[in-house]
Design a protein around this ligand. Structure first.
Ligand code: SF4
Length: 354
């Protein structure tokens, strides 16, 4: 069986090469090919000897070369590209590339599926299948980086906000972010990385313990206890006021403002009272609010609030001097709720097996 070297630290790669009788400096050359030039095929690594390339090919695998892009969808405004990636074991994950004024960001998944069962999310429909590895998290970014490299562009931000709960795959998520941060890999500053959680408090505390200025986002979505438990069952184990307190501690220790994501669901959580309550909970906190009008899911009774309602909700938050915005609706035409592409892929595969 071949050893996976994508995401392997330099010192470990040096040791692995030495065991094959290769010179240590080859590791740096391979790093350069993989992470700077986005070349994932040993045969193309032209500054290595022919016999060395063959040996590497026989012993090692490079994950991005083994990932299939099953589906690609571009938004009509050209700013968002969504890809459904098939991993070597047949599981599929979604990854999104977004083009902002300040550069490119990639939204990566942390797990195949998710165990959190949020009512509005397709990723949580059938639970988590497994955690993703460091290599699989990194490879999601490099699938896009390889395309951008051809245009002399690069990914400069990463958000862990795709399918899965990052705090339940903590070591791989933060391992991937720390790897990406290295100048000879992604050279992405921690301030340009965001991890989004539905509110797993031990994970927030562990993140604080790392002492990295990574941004924290909390999927809040409701500030009435019963409603939040209905929308997000995680609320029963980690009630949202405790989550906000943990996030505030994180903000104080990291110096980073916390972003609260709030999906606006018509006639569920979009009343004036909800906005007032939200403002009350977050007042005097180092917090920003990102309002996200829902993509309608009629079978679940989720509808997008009218424009006037969205404006009204926003204005109440702003009146309380909260920094709040309505999410720029990038790629709305391809933005079927997160996880739906994968859900369709899994269903397809199931029916093929029958
Ligand atoms: S919203 Fe996030 S935490 Fe909730 S089920 Fe979906 S992927 Fe999991």
């Amino acid at each position: 069986m071949k050893t996976e070297i994508f995401g392997m630290p330099l010192h470990r790669l040096q040791t692995a090469l030495a065991e094959l009788g290769l010179k240590k400096f080859r590791a740096k050359q391979i790093f350069d090919w993989l992470y700077q030039k986005c070349v994932f095929d040993f045969a193309q690594m032209s500054n290595l000897g022919k016999a060395e390339r063959q040996l590497l090919q026989d012993c090692f695998s490079v994950l991005p070369a083994e990932i299939q892009i099953v589906r690609k969808m571009d938004s009509s405004d050209g700013l968002t590209r969504k890809a459904l990636l098939e991993l070597p074991d047949g599981n599929a994950i979604e990854t999104v590339l977004m083009h902002h004024d300040y550069g490119y960001s990639v939204c990566v998944s942390s797990q195949v599926g998710c165990d959190m069962h949020c009512a509005f999310c397709a990723s949580g429909l059938n639970g988590a299948v497994r955690n993703l590895t460091v290599a699989e998290i990194l490879a999601q970014l490099y699938v896009f980086q390889a395309q951008l490299h051809l245009q002399n562009e690069r990914v400069s931000r990463v958000v862990v906000m795709g399918s899965g709960e990052p705090m339940l795959n903590f070591d791989a998520v933060f391992g991937a972010l720390q790897f990406l941060h290295q100048p000879d890999v992604g050279n992405i500053g921690y301030r340009n990385m965001t991890v989004s959680t539905c509110g797993i408090i031990p994970g927030i505390k562990k993140m604080q313990g790392l002492g990295l200025p990574v941004n924290l986002a909390i999927s809040l979505h409701a500030v009435r206890n019963e409603l939040r438990s209905e929308l997000m069952p995680v609320n029963k184990g980690y009630p949202f006021p405790d989550v906000i307190a943990a996030a505030e501690e994180y903000a104080a220790s990291s110096g980073r403002q916390v972003t609260y994501e709030y999906i606006l669901l018509a006639d569920k959580n979009d009343s004036d009272r909800d906005a007032e309550l939200l403002a009350e909970y977050l007042r005097y906190k180092q917090a920003g609010v990102n309002l996200i009008p829902v993509n309608p899911v009629p079978e679940k009774g989720f509808f997008r609030p009218a424009e006037k309602r969205i404006e009204r909700f926003l204005s109440i938050l702003q009146r309380h001097r909260l920094h709040a915005t309505v999410r720029r609706e990038m790629g709305k035409d391809i933005n079927a709720a997160c996880g739906q592409l994968r859900a369709a892929f899994a269903k397809d595969n199931e029916s093929k097996k029958q």
